[in-house]
Design a protein around this ligand. Structure first.
Ligand code: 4NP
Length: 151
């Protein structure tokens, strides 16, 4: 069973959204996969996903059940087959921390959707509700791309 880890900065907005969206899409597609998310930072450890992220996700039918924020740990680089960074900063931080033999596992999520001009999933934390909708749009497209790659 392939395993996928989504990573952002705080693990309360973007990567929990990616986890929820991809879990739903994998289930619908009948693909068995292990899915988790983490943050490069530990400030929000133990917190639920941001209420605005949950509200926007629920409205599109996604569930955040069982999700609480955690920071990336060294074992993750060994454990997961695919590690998707939400933006260039996350990619840089992950790459720095990852042992060389596992670096090939790390990719920027939107590099899977080259038709979109956006390369980074923008951090919606300090913005308005439409930021969360845009995050969902980008993540839904990238999740379809991941599914076709792993199936
Ligand atoms: P995330 O968003 O990386 O998508 O979870 C953020 C949430 C909180 C903070 C930064 C980014 N923060 O600095 O508290």
């Amino acid at each position: 069973m392939p395993s996928i880890l989504f990573v952002c900065l705080g693990n309360i907005c973007r990567s929990p959204t990616a986890e929820a969206v991809f879990r739903h899409k994998a289930l619908v597609a009948g693909v068995t996969v292990e899915i988790d998310s983490a943050g490069t930072g530990a400030w929000h450890e133990g917190e639920l996903p941001d209420s605005r992220a949950r509200e926007a996700g629920h409205a599109r039918g996604y569930s955040f059940k069982g999700q609480t924020a955690r920071a990336i740990k060294d074992m993750d680089f060994e454990t997961f087959d695919y590690i998707f960074a939400m933006d260039s900063r996350n990619l840089r931080d992950l790459t720095k921390r990852c042992p060389a033999q596992y670096r090939h596992k790390i990719r920027r999520l939107l590099d899977l959707t080259p038709l979109s001009s956006e390369r980074d999933v923008p951090d919606p934390y300090y913005g308005g509700a439409n930021g969360f909708e845009y995050v969902l749009d980008l993540i839904e497209a990238a999740s379809d791309a991941i599914l076709s790659e792993i199936t």
